[in-house]
Ligand binder design. Structure first.
Ligand code: SF4
Ligand code: SF4
Length: 170
């Protein structure tokens, strides 16, 4: 009875989920779902090199690429579709640690329950593609330097010449 009485007054440490959903604290390091990092302008850093796909031990990542023409006329390979199957991911993080672009991270959004396995396959480059920035314009030719201002002595001499000259001099 002594133990029971003590436990009755001890604060509860169990999580009352989902009642506490608004105040629930999930560790930032919790690995819930692979995501592509996006910057403020909606661009991700993935270059479609396929290293994450090759390093994934479960075949969880499947990506396709396409060739696009840049504003300067050059061709470049870009990511077309990045598919991630959450249902087969073991959260080993090999994809994140081997990405040369540091383009991947894990979110801690743990609410991933769905009704079908197909729903666990997610396209990570879901945001509308933002076109590449236009090539920087060529620098305009430098303007000619302005003629140096007349020195005070030269200006005084010119003034004196003007004063001593007669109308016939002109
Ligand atoms: S996420 Fe990283 S490793 Fe994977 S294809 Fe993109 S740049 Fe390459
Ligand atoms: S965390 Fe591991 S299993 Fe999951 S996608 Fe990345 S490499 Fe594959």
């Amino acid at each position: 009875m002594q133990v029971t009485g003590k436990e009755l007054v001890t604060p509860k440490i169990t999580e009352c989920y989902p009642e506490n959903r608004d105040t629930l604290q999930i560790s930032d390091r919790f690995r819930a779902e692979l995501t592509l990092k996006y910057d403020e302008e909606g661009r991700h850093k993935c270059i479609g090199c396929g290293i994450c796909q090759m390093n994934c031990p479960n075949g969880t990542i499947k990506l396709t690429t396409k060739m696009v023409e840049l504003p300067d006329g050059k061709k470049k390979r870009k990511l077309d579709k990045y598919l991630y199957d959450l249902g087969s991911c073991t959260f080993c993080m090999l994809c994140v640690t081997t990405c040369p672009q540091n383009a991947l991270e894990f979110s801690n959004d743990f609410e991933q329950a769905v009704f079908t396995r197909d729903s666990l396959v997610k396209q990570l480059n879901y945001k509308p593609e933002v076109p590449d920035a236009p090539a920087p314009a060529k620098a305009a030719p430098a303007a000619k330097p302005a003629a140096p201002a007349a020195k005070p002595a030269d200006a005084a001499a010119a003034k004196s010449d003007a004063a001593t000259s007669t109308p016939t001099d002109k």
